[in-house]
Design a protein around this ligand. Sequence first.
Ligand code: FMN
Length: 191
Amino acid sequence: MNIDFTQSAESIITDLFKDLELATVERKHPFRFCYLATTEVDNVPAQRTVVLRKVLPSKEMLIYTDYRSSKLQEIKQQPQVSILFYHSEKQLQIRFQAIAKIHHQDTRCLIAWNKLNDHNKKDYQIELPPGSDLPNLEEELSHNPSFDSNFFSMISLNPINIDVLQLSRMGHKRLVGQLENGEWIARRVVP
Ligand SMILES: Cc1cc2nc3c(=O)[nH]c(=O)nc-3n(C[C@H](O)[C@H](O)[C@H](O)COP(=O)(O)O)c2cc1C
């Protein structure tokens, strides 16, 4: 169902966050995957697909990643990032600018790590860092269980602003807003 734009902006955004939360538990939810954009050196943008793992009541969104991945180096240099979600059935796009924070070997990470199954843990126990050259195409990756949670990390994304676009045959609608002291201040704009 399309967003009801007769509601207040606050309640539209609250409902969107409920949908994002749902995506962290429903494997087929279109918001489960989002596109995280960072800034590489020389100000070149870099995007990649990631899984939305958790949405906290504070609106913070969590992503898991390998501590050795390029995105973390990019976030260390420029923590301001962009995240994009698209729900094809609803023809709904949500774009955030957010401040990214890296969590590594802290309590939050260890709690999340302990909830991962062994298969998922293996993704963070590959010997070589992500992006390393492999001598041949058939090369099997070797895992090292003794790495334990050493390379497991989380990115938390604190939204600064939101841009919601609802496509509709009845007329496209768009809402933009900023998060100020925990409250969304939003307005309708031309799509
Ligand atoms: C469907 C899908 C889901 C993905 N989920 C994640 C994820 O949750 N975390 C992650 O670090 N990489 C994930 N990846 C891999 C990234 O898109 C990316 O290739 C990898 O993290 C390396 O990115 P970087 O070199 O820019 O850091 C996913 C890829 C796909 C296709």
